[in-house]
Design a protein around this ligand. Structure first.
Ligand code: ADP
Ligand code: MG
Length: 323
């Protein structure tokens, strides 16, 4: 396809955010933020590395990748505003398939009121899609991993492990599962928790991280960044009903290491936990306490998980160290 025509075809007819001064159509895009801190993130999706065409349609590739970027904005407490696309198109791809990628992008973009303001199109050997996202947060209100404190309540949104369970179904590893639709949708079309994170804006402090690699990894990142000890109660980790059809050990593996759930894991002072629960309700998000944060010099930077025989160290790989 003619590149100029293609760009015209994906160009939005109007922008959803008044901050956009120049979107697609010049050498670069321009947007204005007068008083807020600008928050930027980038994510790349490579065919056969991060996804396969067996498990993702072109529509889902776009939807899922922008979903991951929106989740990064949520984890920073930022309002997402605009995004740019860099795409490497291999010769085997049809115009229709390419348009489907953009339809996936625009479907979630519309839902979260973000604008496509530019990109780059090149041909190459392998399909690669890179999304850069721009957002903004009220000055000094970005939510960092290093902001946990002693005695904080540790919480997660939603349920964990669904995306990994959905992927296993798509890879035909589990044929005896009912309610596959729900799990597959959780894999292909994640729900970034932007509204919930924005709802927390007035809290003086909250530490946040999004669950892209699995909570074993994310909880370790929080513990390391804050130099505190995280205690998780395995039985408290929220699971959806469909995932309970899997064997117990598989459920635990998916919930701790599955990743790509794009839920949020965070920590707040106990006196604000009630407020967090109210904000969750107002934004149609479920939130669950899964543990606590402690300051214990000889264990700081580490995560412990409570099982039948007491607390054991949980490494970021998901490996549980048995005493
Ligand atoms: P330049 O040569 O200045 O890089 P391009 O022809 O690459 O210009 O791009 C023209 C306009 O179209 C720019 O606004 C650019 O951001 C946008 N654009 C190019 N490719 C894409 C794409 N794949 N998705 C979205 N916008 C794109
Ligand atoms: Mg260019």
């Amino acid at each position: 396809m003619d590149e100029f025509k293609f760009i015209q075809s994906i160009k939005q007819s109007a922008y959803r955010n008044r901050q956009i001064i120049k979107g697609v159509g010049d050498d670069a895009a321009v947007f204005r933020e007068a008083y807020r801190d600008v928050v930027v993130a980038v994510d790349t999706f490579v065919e056969n590395v991060h996804f396969t065409r067996q498990t993702m349609d072109p529509f889902h590739i776009g939807y899922r990748l922008l979903g991951a970027n929106l989740s990064d904005m949520a984890a920073m407490g930022a309002e997402p505003i605009s995004y740019l696309i860099s795409i490497v198109v291999p010769t085997g791809w049809s115009d229709e398939q390419l348009k489907e990628v953009y339809r996936g992008l625009d479907t979630i973009a519309k839902a979260f009121k973000v604008d496509l303001i530019g990109g780059d199109t090149v041909s190459g050997q392998q399909f690669v899609l890179t999304v850069t996202i721009n957002g903004a947060v009220e000055q000094g209100k970005a939510r960092y991993r290093h902001d946990m404190r002693d005695k904080d309540v540790l919480f997660v949104t939603g349920t964990l492990g669904d995306s990994a369970a959905g992927l296993s179904i798509l890879q035909e590893e589990n044929n005896a599962i009912a309610e596959t639709e729900y799990l597959i949708k959780r894999h292909r079309m994640p729900t970034p928790r932007v509204d919930f994170a924005r709802g927390l804006l007035n809290l003086p402090r909250v530490a946040l991280n999004d669950v892209s690699d699995g909570i074993a990894s994310e909880a370790n990142e929080l513990a390391e960044a804050s130099n505190l000890t995280v205690y998780i109660e395995e039985d408290a980790i929220p699971l959806s009903n469909p995932i309970k059809q899997f064997e117990k050990t598989t459920q635990i593996d998916y919930m701790l290491n599955g990743g790509e759930d794009f839920e949020l894991i965070g920590a707040v002072a106990p006196e604000y936990w009630q407020v967090v629960k109210e904000i969750a309700e107002e934004t149609n998000t479920s939130v669950t306490q899964i543990g606590t944060v402690k300051d214990q010099t000889n264990r700081n930077g580490q995560v412990y998980i409570k099982r039948q025989n007491g607390y054991q160290q949980l490494h970021s790989s998901g490996y549980v160290h048995r005493n």
